[in-house]
Design a protein around this ligand. Structure first.
Ligand code: XLS
Ligand code: CA
Ligand code: CA
Length: 441
């Protein structure tokens, strides 16, 4: 059976094509900066938004579902099976090499952990067979330890040890599945790892417990021989008022405090950057500077709204700056670009799922091509080299870089300059931004 009978394999037709079901910019085989576009991007489809979202669930507290999907069934396990097959047909037609999922997206929880595990086994057996048939791979899987009421106060930072143990059981199963399916990464997103009211919270105990939890995951992975990359996904708020993994910088500090930075990298999402009042390129740069850039959740937020709208990325300027950072960081390694994006509630047609992904993939492909031009021309590189020139080409600057400077030596230098004015050189920021527009458009 086909779930998308009206859609054939999406092809690259090039700029100017009027076919909505074709790529205008994403050409998987095209070489950009020495690698194919496919290898740069390593695109993935997010199971939760594409196959487990119906326009209401977690999306609109005021509205009913607006979408009807051909995989729906009154029997949750049957629906899970149908979704599994639909996923692979969708990915094959779209030409996307990876997918990503939460345990709860793919199989119903049933009434006990045992039943849940059995359901997961059945569905991941289908995944395994379909992965072998199609060559599609798993970018990452994760455990949903935030939806069920037991996680109302967190999972690894819950004040309740019973909840902590339940989350551990879920992650253990998640790692077994990661191993079974060869997941390239395993993600932790601490949706409710945070607090609502500080005065009733043991902050230190919760932080320590969270670190212990991650260490248990590292140790279990070693035990079963799972070698994928662990990732933590920062987000500052929503659902929790104050989430512990606020942004890149906070998460890096946490990882380093507990010696976990050897084992974890970051999975960064554009909309989470917005919620943290950062740009996405900032979040990527901070992670890359620490050597901890892992993977990307591509989407965009709405600057007029204060929440996580998870829209498909169509903003060329923001996407270009993000891709530029990724390429400058040396790429994503075992990570990829996962569309943690959902169609708007009013995009009710089944085939909108294709159009939305095509829009996102073409946007990121254009961003990659612009990045190539920026890098080949050393556009930003030249500006940066010039701005920091005094550190590279004066004695005093060199002494700072090589670590020989002291407060006394710098003071002596500054005093000797007497009243010689420090020259302020214009950044010509408006010109720089106008030039960037020339590269993009
Ligand atoms: C929610 C997060 C979530 C993670 C995986 O805002 O983006 O979907 O990516 O749990
Ligand atoms: Ca995400
Ligand atoms: Ca999000």
């Amino acid at each position: 059976m086909s779930y998308f009978p009206d859609v054939a394999k999406i092809k690259y037709e090039g700029k100017g094509s009027k076919n909505p079901f074709a790529f205008k910019h994403y050409n998987p085989e095209e070489i950009v900066l020495g690698k194919t576009m496919e290898d740069h991007m390593r695109f993935a489809v997010a199971y939760w938004h594409t196959f487990a979202s119906d326009g209401a669930k977690g999306q609109d507290p005021f509205g009913m579902k607006t979408m009807t999907r051909p995989w729906e069934s009154t029997d949750p396990l049957e629906e899970a099976r149908q979704k599994a097959y639909a996923n692979f047909e969708f990915l094959e037609k779209l030409g996307v090499p990876f997918f990503a999922f939460h345990d709860l997206d793919v199989a119903p929880e049933g009434t006990s952990l045992e039943e849940y595990h059995a359901n997961l086994d059945e569905i991941t057996d289908i995944f395994k067979a379909e992965m072998e048939r199609t060559g599609i791979k798993l970018l990452w899987n994760t455990s949903n330890a935030f939806s069920h009421p037991r996680f109302v106060n967190g999972a690894a930072t819950s004040p309740n040890a019973e909840t902590y143990a339940h989350a551990a059981a879920q992650v253990k199963k998640g790692l077994d599945i990661a191993k079974k399916l060869g997941a390239e990464n395993y993600v932790f997103w601490g949706g409710r790892e945070g607090y609502e009211y500080l005065q009733i919270t043991d902050y230190k105990l919760e932080q320590d417990n969270q670190a212990k939890f991650y260490w248990m995951a590292v140790n279990y992975a070693k035990e079963i021989g799972y070698t994928g990359q662990f990732l933590i996904e920062p987000k500052p708020k929503e659902p929790t008022k104050h989430q512990y993994d606020f942004d890149s910088a906070t998460t890096i500090a946490f990882l380093k405090s507990y010696g976990l930075d050897e084992h974890f990298k970051l999975n960064l999402e554009a909309n989470h950057a917005t919620l943290a009042m950062h740009t996405f390129d900032h979040e990527i740069r901070v992670a890359a500077a620490a050597g901890l850039l892992g993977s990307i959740d591509a989407n965009q937020g709405d600057l007029l709204l204060g929440w996580d709208t998870d829209e498909f990325p169509t903003d060329l300027a923001a996407s270009t700056l993000a891709v530029y950072e990724i390429v400058k960081a040396g790429g994503l390694g075992s990570g990829g670009v996962n569309f943690d994006s959902k169609v708007r509630r009013s995009s009710t047609d089944l085939n909108d799922l294709f159009l939305a992904h095509i829009a996102g993939m073409d946007t990121w492909a254009r961003a990659l091509k612009t990045t190539e031009r920026l890098i080949n021309d050393k556009f930003f590189d030249n500006i940066v080299t010039e701005r920091y020139d005094t550190f590279y080409n004066t004695e005093v600057g060199k002494s700072v870089l090589d670590g020989t400077a002291t407060l006394a030596s710098l003071s002596e230098y500054a005093i000797a300059k007497k009243d010689e004015q420090i020259k302020v050189i214009s950044d010509r920021l408006e010109y720089v931004k106008a030039q960037l527009n020339e590269y993009i458009f």
